[in-house]
Design a protein around this ligand. Structure first.
Ligand code: DGY
Length: 419
C-alpha cells in the first residue's frame, strides 16, 4: 500500500519548477485539467506550491480568455503533437489551440477556503482570469446561447476516445493528414491508447484549427466536430458555482455568474436521453444524442442537477453489478466498452473523486464511500497509475501519475498516521 509520502514524492518528481507534468515521457508538458487537480494535491502539504500551479497555468491564458489545454514551456521530443504542429499560443507562451474541462475554479475555491490569511489582491487577479475563461466558454462555445457548451476537438473533453466521439469523428476528413509519428505508443501499450484511425482524426482537427488561425469563433462556425460533452458542462457548472464563492470575496459580479449558471443548467437538462436513461453527449451538427451514457452522466449531482436523480442512480447500480471496481468510464453493458483502452472503459481516480463529491452532497453516502474504497483498493494494488481496468484492477497507461497521487492526498486515502 502506498503512503502519503509516496504520493508527495510523485508530485515532487513530476515538478518541473512551478508546474507539474502529468508524467514524464508520455505527457512532458503542463496540461490544463491535470494542473487544476494536481493543485488540490499540493494544497495538502505545500499551499504556496499549489498557488504556483494555478498561476503558472493562468500565465498561458489567451487575450480572448481561453486557458489552453497544453502549455509548452520547453521542447520535448517525447510528445506528439508538439508546439511546431499546433502553431498556437496567443498569450505569453506557446500552447495548444484548444481548451480543456475547466476544473480550475473549483481547485482555487478549495485553496481559498484552506487559507484564512489569503492575499485578496492576488486572489482578485486569479478571479478575473477565471471569470474571463468562463465567459469565453459562454461567448464563443455556446452558439445557440442555450447553455449547450460545445467542444471542437475530442482532446478538449479530456476524455479523448470516448465511444461518444466515434459518430461525430466519422465526419472528419483525414485525406490531408499526411504522415506523422505518434509518440504515445512508444510509452504505453497500443491496446491501452486510442486507435490510429482516432489519431488521424485528432490530427486532422488540429490542422483544421491551425488553418483558421485558431480563431475559435470561426472554428465553431464550420468545424465538422461540434459536440456538447456532459463532462465539460457539469464541470463548468460546478466551476461557476465555485467562482461565485470567490466572487463574493473579491467583489465580483455575482449576478452575472448566477445568470450563467441558470443557462448552463438548462443546457445540461437538454442532454437527458430517456432511452439511454442518462445525460448523454449531443452532436450539434446532427442534433443527435449519443445512444449510450458515459460516466459523466453521474456528474449531474456534482453540477447540482437533481432532475432524473433516481433513474441515474439506478443506472449507477446496474453498472456496479458488471465490474469489480467503480467507476468505469463507459457503460460496461455496451459492446463498445473496452476495460483497458483509455476512456472506453477504464477507471480514473480523479473522476471517481469528482463523482463522489456530488453523490455525497445529495445524500448518496454509501455510493460515495464505495467510490472512495474502490479508488483506494486500485491505487493500493497497482500504485499511482494513469487509469485502471475496472474488471481486474490492473494498472493501465502512464505510471507515477501526478493526478492519481494528488487525489490520493486530497481524498485522504492514506492511513491517518501517515498524514
Ligand atoms: C494526448 O496527447 O493523449 C492528450 O490526451 C491530448 O491532450
Amino acid at each position: 500500500m502506498p503512503t502519503d509520502a509516496d504520493a508527495r514524492h510523485v508530485l515532487r518528481n513530476n515538478d518541473l519548477g512551478g508546474y507539474t507534468v502529468p508524467t514524464h515521457g508520455l505527457y512532458p508538458y503542463q496540461w490544463n485539467w491535470d494542473s487544476a487537480l494536481v493543485a488540490k494535491g499540493w494544497a495538502t502539504f505545500d499551499p504556496p506550491r499549489a498557488w504556483q500551479e494555478v498561476e503558472s497555468l493562468l500565465a498561458a491564458q489567451w487575450p480572448n480568455g481561453m486557458v489552453p489545454h497544453i502549455v509548452f514551456r520547453q521542447p520535448d521530443p517525447s510528445y506528439f503533437p508538439g508546439p511546431e504542429v499546433w502553431r498556437a499560443g496567443q498569450g505569453a507562451l506557446p500552447t495548444s489551440g484548444i481548451s480543456q474541462p475547466p476544473v480550475l475554479a473549483s481547485a482555487v475555491r478549495r485553496l481559498v477556503e484552506a487559507d484564512p490569511a489569503r492575499d485578496l489582491r492576488r486572489l482578485e487577479t486569479v478571479y478575473r482570469q477565471l471569470d474571463a475563461w468562463h465567459r469565453w466558454w459562454h461567448d464563443v462555445r455556446d452558439p445557440q446561447n442555450a447553455g449547450l457548451i460545445t467542444i471542437t476537438h475530442p482532446w478538449e473533453s479530456g476524455r479523448d476516445n470516448l465511444p461518444d466521439w466515434d459518430a461525430p469523428l466519422a465526419a472528419v476528413d483525414t485525406s490531408g493528414v499526411g504522415s506523422y509519428q505518434r509518440r504515445d505508443t512508444s510509452h504505453v501499450a497500443a491496446a491501452m491508447r486510442p486507435t490510429q484511425a482516432d489519431y488521424d482524426r485528432y490530427i486532422a482537427l488540429v490542422q483544421f484549427g491551425r488553418e483558421r488561425g485558431w480563431d475559435a469563433k470561426r472554428i465553431v462556425v464550420d468545424s465538422p466536430f461540434l459536440v456538447v460533452d456532459p463532462g465539460v458542462l457539469a464541470i463548468l457548472i460546478r466551476a461557476e458555482r465555485d467562482l461565485l464563492t470567490i466572487a463574493s470575496l473579491v467583489g465580483g459580479d455575482c449576478a452575472a455568474i448566477n445568470r450563467r449558471i441558470e443557462r448552463l443548467i438548462g443546457g445540461f437538462e437538454r442532454l437527458w436521453n430517456p432511452e439511454a436513461k442518462g445525460f448523454c453527449s449531443l452532436d450539434l451538427r446532427t442534433g443527435e444524442h449519443c445512444a449510450t451514457a458515459n460516466a459523466a452522466s453521474f456528474l449531474a449531482a456534482y453540477a447540482g442537477v437533481t432532475a432524473h436523480h433516481r433513474t441515474v442512480m439506478a443506472q449507477f447500480a446496474e453498472w456496479a453489478e458488471r465490474v469489480q471496481f467503480m467507476l468505469p468510464s463507459f457503460d460496461p453493458r455496451s459492446p463498445e466498452f473496452d476495460p483497458v483502452r483509455y476512456w472506453r472503459g477504464p477507471v480514473w481516480a480523479f473522476f471517481n473523486y469528482l463523482v463522489a463529491i456530488g453523490l455525497a452532497e445529495v445524500g448518496e453516502r454509501e455510493w460515495a464511500e464505495r467510490l472512495r474504497a474502490d479508488t483506494k483498493r486500485l491505487i493500493g494494488g497497482s500504485w499511482f497509475a494513469e487509469y485502471y481496468d475496472p474488471k481486474s484492477g490492473i494498472a493501465c497507461g502512464g505510471q507515477e501519475f501526478s493526478w492519481t497521487a494528488a487525489i490520493w492526498l486530497a481524498w485522504g486515502l492514506g492511513e491517518v498516521a501517515d498524514r
